[in-house]
Design a protein around this ligand. Structure first.
Ligand code: ZN
Length: 697
């Protein structure tokens, strides 16, 4: 396939305009922080593809949470991007409680906005609602606590780094890193509206640059619309996927000499209007025949999957290529002067009881609200939800765009709660597969109350959407907010942050909703979900300009005490007869060529015994001045850590495999593995295994 291009050539050396002369007139106080939030990397199902067989078996990239705190006078806003699929009120409430224990009422549900990058390669089971735990066998307190602790630590780190700062906005376009996976839906939008844009994906990368009073760079926030699904459902290694790659790559560039995941200048990437945007730009093909398919009009043979890949030869290379394109775009934006942001800081966060919400229908051609009153619906998923997309499985072998009912699925799903005639009418033309809003056994399947948020920093506005808006849905949100800002004398720049605060699947436009592809079938509050958000965003933006207080809305009840779990607890570890934990099964060769893959296999233990946040299972070390120093950890692209259970004669044991792509540092290296073994009484003992040294030539 063709190489990835960006609109302009990236400047080879880092030149950030305006840094040296940014000394005076710091308008804001800004904190940046990062923390390791890696969850349990073994046994727990991944969140995203809803594939019950996709359980963790190691780490390719560690998960990080990156936090940014904006302060101006009494106003304060926290914005976090975390390497996870999504967030919910349970996670956010616990993070806020942790912060309040330290800082009192400085932080609350009113000013803390958490977002997920939407990676599909992280352990799940941490969201409260029942449906989100089905494929992980229920709630995983291990995952929940790992994520809450990591996110909290990133905000504490940011709090400790609050300094006077100036903000600059710039943007660029990243091409060939996206593909609209539901163009048929996109084309339902009015022609007049589509003509305003030259692409069916939003190619803009928007960047907010944080510059300290002394003129040095403090942190960078980037928004780009793409699904973090370069790693597909066959992957079993934790990965922050393409946006995670871009963040690690940018931090490496901005923090030379610092270890991966330990930068002082933090580079955060936020997922924008990604609902219908795939990174798998070779497009969908039938698994065996290689024929082009779309799961709607061009269907593969029975039991043959239709899914998309690319642009790399495998999913690792695809992740890197897409991540590299996004990174280059971000570095290009950083090389532009940008426009300084000045003015008041406001944050609006409101709980919306979606089935009870109403508003005026939005006319996208006239770009204004009509007099027609529209309403939200009790949550439900349509038939095409079960078909998945070409980024994921077609688990129930259904096709997209399904508008008629299937009696077999009706029989299975009707036992969980029936849609009322009013639900059916409200969601039309969606044929209801799962009336999730009516299903409360053993606990509510879907949230009825979700949070919508808006941060307005002197006309730079961040919309926090509790789900995944399609390209056009995101454009309409930006239009409505920008319109209010313009009318009030701002030169606005608006970004959309997806998977913010809560997860309510997708948000399509009314027109896209009519053809019921996957994204529309997953728009759970019905055809006017977007209209309701648009009404609210107009209200929020006005409030942010005039300084009105928006009521908090009805806070959802806590589900954490009701959750159930069928996830087996961690069993005791055994070393095979005659071996100890950390012993080496397979040593590296004595001599390794630069760029070659080195493999070392250890007697391992279950990594769930110690998640090693802010640390590492793997340490690649080199000999320097008589001592061993660490040159690569789990967080590095070139290491992979995997665990596998091996059945022995009397008991099973764990084999831990470390691979590393040898650097071109032609000196003596070795591979170490840090583990923790669980005894029969539950006691946990740490151990460390070290390979023989090898020379890189
Ligand atoms: Zn998604």
């Amino acid at each position: 396939m063709g190489t990835l291009l960006i609109t302009k050539l990236v400047i080879a050396t880092l030149v950030v305009p305006g840094l040296a002369k940014a000394g005076s007139g710091a308008e804001y106080q800004v904190g940046v922080g990062i923390a390791d939030m890696t969850g349990p990397c073994a046994d727990i199902g991944f969140m995203g593809y809803a594939d019950i067989g996709q359980k963790g078996g190691g780490i390719h990239l560690r998960q990080f949470s990156r936090a940014f705190i904006f302060v101006r006078g009494d106003a304060r806003a926290v914005l976090v991007t975390a390497d996870i699929h999504s967030i919910d009120i349970g996670v956010r409430r616990q993070v806020v409680q942790n912060l309040q224990q330290r800082y009192g009422n400085l932080y609350s549900l009113r000013n803390v906005i958490l977002t997920g990058t939407h990676t599909h390669s992280g352990p799940g089971g941490y969201l409260g609602n029942f449906l989100f735990g089905v494929s992980t066998l229920g709630f995983s307190r291990e995952t929940f606590e790992a994520y809450v602790n990591g996110i909290t630590r990133s905000i504490v780190n940011a709090h400790n780094q609050i300094v006077p700062a100036r903000l600059f906005v710039s943007s660029t376009h990243v091409l060939n890193a996206q593909m609209n996976r539901s163009p048929f839906s996109y084309d339902q939008n009015p022609a007049e509206e589509r003509q305003r844009y030259n692409s069916n994906t939003d190619t803009e990368l928007t960047q907010l640059r944080v510059v300290k009073a002394d003129g040095s760079l403090h942190g960078v926030l980037n928004w780009f619309a793409v699904h973090t699904t370069s790693m597909n459902m066959t992957n079993r290694l934790i990965s922050s996927d393409n946006l995670g790659y871009a963040a690690m790559r940018m931090e490496k560039e901005l923090n030379p000499g610092r270890a991966a995941g330990k930068p002082s200048i933090v580079g955060g990437f936020f997922s924008a209007s990604l609902g219908d945007v795939s990174p798998n730009i070779r497009g969908p093909r039938c698994e065996r025949s290689g024929q082009e398919c779309d799961n709607q009009f061009r269907i593969c043979d029975l039991f043959e999957l239709c899914f998309a890949q690319g642009p790399g030869e495998d999913m690792f290379e695809s992740t890197k290529k897409i991540g590299e394109a996004i990174f280059k775009g971000a570095m290009e934006a950083l090389s532009l002067p940008g426009k300084e942001v000045r003015g008041s800081l406001r944050v609006v966060n409101q709980f919306l009881d979606m089935p009870r919400e109403s508003g005026y229908r939005y006319d996208p051609v006239q770009r204004k609200f009509t007099n027609e009153r529209v309403h939200g619906c009790v949550p439900s998923l349509g038939y095409s939800f079960a078909s998945g997309t070409f980024d994921g499985a077609n688990a129930l072998n259904m096709t997209q765009g399904t508008l008629v009912s299937n009696p077999l699925l009706d029989a299975i799903t009707s036992i969980i709660g029936k849609p009322t005639p009013a639900d059916v009418a409200c969601h039309a033309p969606k044929p209801i597969l799962l009336a999730t809003g009516r299903a409360n056994f053993p606990l509510p399947w879907h949230p009825k109350i979700v949070t919508l948020s808006l941060i307005n920093i002197g006309g730079f506005a961040v919309i926090g959407v509790p789900g995944e808006p399609s390209t056009m849905a995101g454009r309409r949100m930006k239009d409505v907010v920008a319109d209010v800002l313009k009318q009030n004398g701002f030169e606005p720049k608006v970004v959309v942050s997806s998977s913010a605060n809560d997860y309510a699947h997708y948000v399509t436009t009314f027109e896209e909703y009519q053809v019921q592809r996957y994204e529309a079938a997953s728009t759970i509050y019905g055809p006017h979900t977007l209209d309701i958000f648009l009404n609210k965003l107009k209200e929020f933006t006005i409030a942010s300009v005039v300084g009105n207080i928006i009521p908090q809305g009805p806070e959802p009840t806590d589900l954490l005490n009701q959750t159930i779990s069928l996830i087996p607890s961690v069993p005791a570890d055994n070393a095979p007869f005659g071996k100890n934990f950390g012993d080496v099964f397979q040593q590296p060769p004595e001599v390794v060529k630069a760029g070659e893959i080195v493999t070392v296999v250890f007697v391992g233990a279950n990594p769930r015994n110690d998640l090693r946040q802010e640390s590492s299972y793997v340490e690649v070390e080199k000999l320097e001045q008589g001592g061993w120093i660490t040159v690569a950890t789990d967080a590095n692209w070139d290491t992979r850590f995997s665990v596998e259970r091996v059945e022995g004669l009397f008991s099973s044991s764990i084999r831990a495999t470390v691979t590393w792509r040898a650097s071109n540092d032609r000196t003596l290296h070795r591979v170490a593995y840090n583990g923790a073994a669980r005894g029969f009484l539950g006691n946990i003992v740490s151990f460390r295994g070290v390979s023989n040294p090898f020379m890189i030539i």
